[in-house]
Each structure stands twice: as structure tokens, then as C-alpha cells.
Design a protein around this ligand. Structure first.
Ligand code: FAD
Ligand code: SF4
Length: 482
């Protein structure tokens, strides 16, 4: 219900200011030859990096900004599974860790390669130039040799490997690499070089890419109107057109008309806004998904784990791609470099912490739903798929197989899956036709052809890799193909 309508019209209305929206806006503005009128609706507030540091110094619950806001922003029917994000200007770029591996080519064609999940309606090759562009914008640091095809060098040199990483890299070559990351290995723009302080939730030296430190200028342009504190709750969908965006600001309900409307509110809120609006696509909200992570500590006999240029210096791809994906999920290995020690005299540094991150397959039973409150989505997650759980069951055997090159004295494996990987995916999946998904390969809604749905909600399958580089590349591509 529109309490107070304002009959303003815009060329583009963009919802949210995170990765999905900002990368889209950047390309959209570059492509426009005529002046354009853009309205940006952002539910949260804008904090500078300095303000965030100040909060952190004065409020020892700061780390909870994203967790606490996220908990209040949804009705979580299955709270044993957490969903975390920062609903403010810049979205979760404020609190992300900055890990930016690309997906593998097979991630885009899981069904035709391994008979599992779905194929994406676009290929790795279709996205390759946009991957390069997104890496350039984020000034990603990374190695020359990678397991996925890559034409040029990364913008910044790779972070240093630790002593343990060096042994694994010698054994596995380009399947064990310095992690591609948006934590800068050298000072760049407003960002200092990463110094491995390992509190990336709020980087003290502003080393990781954030929207605030690199793309905030987009929102300061004269033809862009940004409304902070503007909470979008629906769209006016008539026939096959999205006519306007409905939002609340300062307690008042308003409406703005857009030629093009792009939702970049993340996989929970994009789906919720569509459901509130009466989107009849049966897939909207279904398939909520993210990876499953398990921590393992290795204790070494005589090997000190030292060095390592960042909080996660390396990624292992030995358990990622291959025939096993017919039966069980891909796994991406992260080597963590937090300051922790082994509590045994003389052996303080003889340990490693690895996280094994498994892909999952979207399941329609895991979903976002409307609630009685227009602003609160209901979220239900029944559990990870048997495809993922089978791979996790295999973990001890895989460790024996892939880590025998290290002098392992003891393996301590968590008996539980982490509550969240903070990667929300697959509620508005991409597909060739509307029976199987919500948007097409250009992220345009199958029915409402002036409506784009951005972000990792569009992933038909989610891979084991972190999602944000790929969703940023998809936003660049979507704006390029408008
Ligand atoms: C702690 C943490 C660590 C992470 N680390 C990594 C990592 O290392 N690598 C990686 O690839 N990914 C990581 N992620 C995930 C990554 O942050 C997300 O994939 C990414 O932020 C998604 O971008 P987005 O723009 O789609 O959504 P978001 O970043 O969530 O942005 C959504 C935007 O929309 C706004 N919004 C939401 N609802 C509304 C509404 N109703 N009306 C108006 N505005 C609205 C929000 O305020 C926000 O500005 C991490 C996430 C977290 C929380
Ligand atoms: S490891 Fe430290 S310096 Fe590097 S990005 Fe994280 S917090 Fe910043």
C-alpha cells in the first residue's frame, strides 16, 4: 500500500549499494552516452572507515555490527543456521574477508560434466573478460599460475606463502596457490598493504577492497540521487513490466518510477522484495544455499608453520574438480594464518589451521518466504544436501591422501559444520527458461523485462569458491548487455 506517492521517474532505480549494485552502476554509467537520472535506495547508513574504526575502539561489541543487524533483519525459522551480512552502505564489503578465487569452468556446467545440479546459461568464457575487469577494480593480488584459465597477470603480486604452503605448492603446483585476494599485497589507491593482522572484519589499515574505499565516488556523482535509510519492500509489477519501487523512508511510504529497476539487496532481500510484489515465478525464494565449512588442525612433527603474507595465504584445489563430483561435492581448501599457537613447550608453531569449504546443491525446500511484516523475510534452511555431506564424510581419508607430504603428528577435526560461510546464494536462479529459474543469463527477470536481479541469488549451482568476485563480474556483464 502506497501511503504517499511521489511521481518521480528515473532512468535507473538501483536497490542497495553492495558489490552487486556498485559494479552494475559503474558499468552502466560508463556505457551511457546521454545524461541519466539514477535513484539509489539504500536501507542502511553510510559509515566511513574512520567512523567504523572509532566504533570498534569504543564499543567492544563492534564485530557484531553485521551479525546483530542481520539477526534483526530476518525471521530465521532455523536459527541453528546463521545468515550474516551488513545491511548498510557498501553492504558486506564492509565486513568481508576479501577472498576472490574465480570459479572453475566446470562450475558453470556441473550437470553436463558430472550429471549433478544444473548448468548455468552462460559459460566461463562468457564471463572471462568481466572477471579480469572485476579483479582490476578490486586490485586483486594473486599468482601467475592458477587452476582456472587466466590470460594476464593479477593486478598486484601474490601474497607470500607460509613454510607449510611452500611444501604443498611444491607437491601440487597450480592446484595449491597463493590465494587470489582483494587484500592488497601493495598499497593501492586509498588502501594500504595488508600486514596480516587477521582482523579483516574491519581491516585496521584499510587494505581490503570495500565499496567505501574504492567505489563510493560513484554515488557522489551529480546525476545520482542516493537515499539512505530507504527500505524497499516491494515493486509495482503490472503485466510484464516493473513500473515502480515501493519503499519507506522516515516512516513514510513512497513510490518511484523507473525505466530500469535493478535489485542488488542480496539473495535474501531480492527474493523477499519479489515475493512481496506478487512475482508469480514458482522458483522465486527457493533454493537458498551456501557452502559448508569444516575446520581441521594439523599438528606437525618438527615442522614450524611460519610466514604467510595474509590472513588466508593459500588455497588448495586438490579436492575441488574431478570425477568425484559425480558423487560428492567439490572442496576448496583455505589455509588460515590467524595468530594461534600449539599449547606444547617447544612446539608452539608446529601447527596449521585449514578450512575445508564444500559446495552445495540448491534444494527447493530451503527458502525465503514473505512474513506478516513487509520488511522481514522468513528464512528456512532444512540442511545441506547429501551430496555435500558425502564429501564431508570423506574428509579424514582426503586428509590422509593429500597431506601425507607433511610430517603430520596429529589431526584434530571439528565434528561440526560451521554455522555459516556468509555466502548467501541461489534464491533467484538463472536459467534458460522460466520453468527452471527466475532470471536469464543477463540477469533480467524472465517475465518483467525491465527488471534485473543481481547478486549470488542468481547462481544455479554455487561451486566451492567464494562467490563475490563472480557476482561482481556478472553485474559488470549485465550492465554491458543492457
Ligand atoms: C563476514 C563476511 C565475510 C565474507 N567474506 C567473503 C570473502 O572473503 N569472499 C567472498 O567472495 N565473499 C565473502 N563474503 C560474502 C560477500 O560479502 C557477499 O557475497 C557480498 O557482499 C554480496 O554482495 P551483494 O551486493 O549482493 O549484497 P550485500 O553486500 O549484502 O549488499 C546488499 C545491499 O543492499 C542493501 N539492502 C538490503 N535490503 C534492502 C532493502 N530492502 N532496501 C534497500 N536496501 C537494501 C544493503 O544495505 C546493502 O547495501 C563475506 C560476507 C561476510 C558477512
Ligand atoms: S589480514 Fe589484516 S591487514 Fe590484511 S586485510 Fe585482513 S585485517 Fe587488513
Amino acid at each position: 500500500m502506497v501511503v504517499q506517492a511521489q511521481s518521480e521517474s528515473f532512468d535507473l532505480i538501483l536497490v542497495g549499494t553492495g558489490f552487486a549494485s556498485s559494479f552494475f552502476l559503474k558499468k552502466y554509467l560508463e556505457k551511457k552516452e546521454q545524461p541519466v537520472k539514477v535513484l539509489v535506495l539504500e536501507r542502511g547508513v553510510k559509515f566511513t572507515h574512520r567512523e567504523r574504526l572509532h566504533f570498534k575502539q569504543t564499543d567492544d561489541t563492534y564485530n557484531g555490527i553485521s551479525w546483530k543487524s542481520a539477526r534483526k533483519a530476518i525471521i530465521n525459522e532455523t536459527p541453528e543456521k546463521e545468515w550474516v551480512f551488513d545491511p548498510n552502505f557498501g553492504g558486506s564489503s564492509n565486513c568481508w574477508t576479501g577472498c576472490t578465487p574465480r570459479f572453475m569452468p566446470s562450475d558453470f556446467k556441473l550437470k553436463s560434466t558430472y550429471g549433478v545440479g544444473e548448468d548455468w546459461p552462460l559459460s566461463y568464457t562468457d564471463l572471462e573478460t568481466y572477471y579480469e575487469e572485476a579483479e582490476e577494480i578490486m586490485s586483486v593480488s594473486g599468482p601467475d599460475a592458477t587452476p582456472f584459465p587466466k590470460k594476464g597477470k593479477y593486478p598486484l603480486p601474490p601474497h607470500q606463502l607460509s613454510s607449510v604452503d611452500q611444501i604443498l605448492q611444491k607437491e601440487y603446483g597450480n592446484l595449491y596457490i597463493s590465494q587470489p585476494t582483494a587484500r592488497a599485497s601493495q598499497a593501492v589507491g586509498k588502501r594500504a598493504a595488508c600486514c596480516s593482522s587477521a582482523v579483516c572484519n574491519l581491516c585496521p589499515v584499510n587494505a581490503k577492497f570495500t565499496i567505501e574505499n574504492t567505489l563510493a565516488y560513484l554515488y557522489e556523482k551529480a546525476d545520482i540521487e542516493v537515499l539512505l535509510g530507504a527500505k524497499v519492500y516491494g515493486l509495482d509489477l503490472s503485466g510484464n513490466v516493473a513500473r515502480s519501487v515501493l519503499y519507506e523512508i522516515d516512516g513514510k511510504r513512497k513510490e518511484a518510477h523507473g525505466e530500469i529497476i535493478a535489485l542488488g539487496a542480496n539473495a535474501i532481500f531480492n527474493a523477499h522484495i519479489l515475493l512481496n510484489s506478487g512475482d508469480a515465478n514458482k522458483n522465486t525464494g527457493r533454493g537458498l544455499c551456501e557452502q559448508a565449512g569444516v575446520y581441521v588442525y594439523l599438528h606437525y612433527d618438527g615442522l614450524e608453520n611460519v610466514g604467510g603474507g595474509s590472513v588466508i595465504p593459500a588455497n588448495g584445489f586438490m579436492m575441488y574438480d574431478g570425477g568425484h563430483r559425480k558423487d560428492r561435492a567439490a572442496c576448496l581448501i583455505e589455509h588460515h594464518n590467524l595468530p594461534y599457537i600449539r599449547n606444547e613447550r617447544g612446539k608452539w608453531r608446529m601447527l596449521s589451521k585449514f578450512k575445508f569449504v564444500y559446495e552445495d546443491i540448491p534444494d527447493d525446500g530451503n527458502k525465503v518466504m514473505p512474513s506478516d511484516d513487509l520488511f522481514l523475510p522468513k528464512v528456512n534452511f532444512e540442511g545441506h544436501s547429501s551430496y555435500t555431506l558425502r564429501a564431508i564424510d570423506q574428509l579424514s581419508t582426503d586428509i590422509e591422501k593429500f597431506f601425507s607430504v607433511l610430517p603430520v603428528e596429529k589431526v584434530i577435526k571439528d565434528s561440526y559444520i560451521q554455522k555459516t560461510e556468509a555466502h548467501i546464494c541461489s534464491t533467484t536462479r538463472m536459467s534458460k527458461n522460466p520453468d527452471e529459474g527466475v532470471v536469464d543469463a543477463n540477469l533480467i527477470h524472465h517475465q518483467y523485462r525491465n527488471l534485473l536481479v543481481l547478486g549470488s541469488g542468481v547462481y544455479p549451482t554455487i561451486s566451492a569458491a567464494n562467490p563475490t568476485l563472480t557476482l561482481s563480474a556478472l553485474s559488470l556483464r549485465a550492465a554491458d548487455h543492457l
